[in-house]
Write a protein that binds this ligand. Structure first.
Ligand code: MEV
Length: 312
């Protein structure tokens, strides 16, 4: 028996990091995907194949003893076998066109697609159950995740997210192109989130006031999205970047890419954890080519994306 699931990559339009501390974020999925195929095996082993490496282990080994990047998938396999009261072996094969460790939600998309693919061998879980399992799996390597990335990778489209209220789809007709520039500097989301926690511990009041500023930016952005107002949305994204600079998640290279994209797009910022990774520029057909052209002159990999509404 074989079960296949795919999940999309994501970008954070506004609110990364602050979302971990209770502020709302706005995210959307884009047209890059991970595909996970799972099948049962005759012997009682769990096999995982991915770009991050391969793992072959017995069910008796605990998740904590395993190779870190592949821990979430072992967690998923064990939980599903437990849920369906079986101990057959499983092979999980992960194929992805989402660049790894650059803020596009590769890890979350893999967790979501793996939870759906492995569970699909034995029965049907609801999207809510898949999301819950994916977040739990991601927490084996990144404890403080807000759950925003797994949520958008599960449901797809454009959404607002907060740790308190969860996911809310934004039913907007807004249409834009995102020019995405991958700095090719990879990061560890876990480490950058810890760095921000340290900043908060050292500068509690400043951090609180930045959270308040971010809240106002997100509120205004929700109105701009409703009104299909790209210039205002872009301006708010650039204002968000100023706050991200203040909490220390931007690198020199990212600053150059943000500045370059800002010259011609409606607004630009990093997306995801920062400390490397990608920059996004908000455009439409009037400024897309110019923004893409100027970013291509920098040392980065560029592509253009639109919102992908398909989700898991
Ligand atoms: C990473 O894509 C987004 C962060 O806000 C972490 C999270 O929300 O879990 C940095």
């Amino acid at each position: 028996m074989k079960s296949i699931a795919t999940a999309p990559a994501k970008v954070i339009l506004l609110g990364e990091h602050f979302v971990v501390h209770g502020v709302r974020a706005i995210l959307c999925t884009i047209d890059k995907r991970v595909t996970v195929s799972s099948r049962t095996l005759d012997d009682n082993i769990i096999k995982i194949k991915s770009k991050l490496g391969n793992l072959s282990t017995t069910l008796s080994k605990s998740v904590d003893e395993q190779n870190i990047p592949l821990k979430p998938f072992l967690h998923i396999a064990k939980k599903i076998l437990e849920k369906f009261s079986t101990s057959v072996g499983i092979e999980i094969d992960i194929k992805s066109d989402i660049p790894i460790g650059v803020g596009l939600g590769s890890s979350s998309a893999c967790c979501v697609a793996a939870a759906a693919s492995v569970s699909g061998i034995f029965g049907k879980l609801t999207r809510e159950e898949i999301l819950k399992l994916a977040i739990e799996a991601e927490r084996t390597i990144f404890q403080k995740t807000s759950g925003a990335d797994c949520s958008v990778c599960t449901y797809g489209g454009l959404m607002e997210y907060s740790t308190e209220q969860g996911y809310r789809a934004l039913n907007s007709k807004i249409d834009f192109n995102l020019v995405i520039a991958n700095s090719k500097e990879t990061h560890s989301t876990n480490q950058i989130v810890h760095k921000v926690q340290n900043f908060k511990d050292r500068h509690e009041e400043i951090f609180l006031s930045l959270c308040n500023e971010e809240n106002v930016i997100v509120e205004k952005a929700l109105t701009a999205i409703k009104e299909n107002d790209l210039p205002t949305l872009g301006k708010l994204m650039s204002e968000n970047q100023v706050l991200l600079d203040k909490i220390g998640v931007t690198t020199e290279k990212l600053k150059v890419l943000v500045k370059t994209a800002s010259n011609t797009s409606y607004g630009a910022k990093i997306t995801g954890a920062g400390g490397g990774g990608c920059v996004i520029g908000l455009t439409d057909r009037t400024n897309l080519e110019q923004t893409l052209g100027s970013l291509e002159d920098q040392d980065c990999e560029c592509f253009v994306s639109k919102i992908d509404y398909n989700g898991l």
